[in-house]
Ligand binder design. Structure first.
Ligand SMILES: [Zn+2]
Length: 145
């Protein structure tokens, strides 16, 4: 959660976009409120940058729901390392005395959804089982927010 002042500063960067609520303080307040759920100023800044930098003369200013959705997808949740060699999707299958069970791998850590979702998983196009470096490169190129 960030202050309305900090969020407001970031929201103003979208001033040039179509549909920006110029002269509509109530609508503007809703945008600020949505952006306030960001974890930090840096996160809010990165998020607004992602809207502003891709903006063209056709781009619509995001609505509060768009902002909330984008903030949530940036929040880091605990996810397994997609490049982990020890597990599959965060789970290790162990067989002991004839019984097999899945244990959570040690690679779970807070990771942004974007970084995780875009790495191709086994069976998806772009995934090369024998070339984890490719997956690593793909991930590195996506994470620069
Ligand atoms: Zn793992």
């Amino acid at each position: 959660m960030i202050s309305a002042e900090i969020a407001g500063k970031q929201v103003k960067r979208m001033f040039q976009m179509r549909g920006y609520p110029k002269g509509e303080p109530e609508a503007l307040k809703e945008l600020v409120k949505a952006l306030q759920i960001s974890a930090s100023e840096d996160q809010a800044k990165a998020l607004v940058s992602s809207f502003v930098e891709q903006a063209t003369s056709e781009s619509q200013c995001p609505l509060p729901g768009d902002i909330r959705k984008a903030v949530k997808s940036m929040q880091e949740e605990s996810r397994p390392d997609p490049l982990c060699q020890k597990c599959e999707d965060g789970w290790v299958i162990r067989t002991r005395a004839g019984y097999s069970g899945a244990t959570r791998c040690s690679c779970w850590a807070p990771r942004p959804a974007a970084a995780w979702d875009r790495v191709p998983l086994p069976g998806q196009p772009g995934y090369f089982e024998d070339d984890k470096r490719t997956a690593e490169m793909l991930r590195a190129s996506e994470v620069k927010l």
